[in-house]
Design a protein around this ligand. Sequence first.
Ligand SMILES: [Fe+2]
Length: 218
Amino acid sequence: MCNLGHDHHANAFGFLVDAPEIRALISETRRLSREVTDTAARVEALKPAFAKLLAAEGWLPDTCSRADEKSGMGGGIGQYALYRAEDGSLCLFSLVVPSGASTPVHDHLAWGLVGLYRGRQDETVYRRLDDGRDPAHATLEIAKQQTLARGEFYALLPPTDDIHYVKTVSDTASISIHLLANDTACVWRHRFEPESGKVTPFRSGYANAPCPPEGARQ
Ligand SMILES: [Fe+2]
């Protein structure tokens, strides 16, 4: 469940929330990962299974649907692991963004699907104009902005459209569901400040599961 309280290794991987709807999506992701080698085609083929999870009720515990005042992203944003592959190849998590709060501008570094389960979000996507060689600096411009309502989702196919931030524009918190091909909260990603160009490495962490020790994964 989402309020483990104790960070035992045995509870940190696999189905942290064990619901048939989640098992069905992970099983379909595994099947398509074996059978479809082209990433864009695989993500496209995954869309019906992902849409089914977003449309289903009753599988997301209240404990994975609440704000987290100790958030690694700030703003009370809660990030809860629902499924994690122990080898870091896949994860499913919920992201709870309180009303009016925004995430930092960040990247994801993995292919996947992200969709709205509750509330409403404005998403701002950035395009990187520099060659990425300076790890501390990025020149960004806004590529697109969109509003996401319940049941709507988008694909992530880095490096295209991988840098963004979201803001909750509903009166209640938004909850987005992320299926990504890494262990997103435990990977060193990047936080961007578009105005100054500053880039900072960050690891958001899950509210309900520990990250492996540094260097434990290749
Ligand atoms: Fe994101």
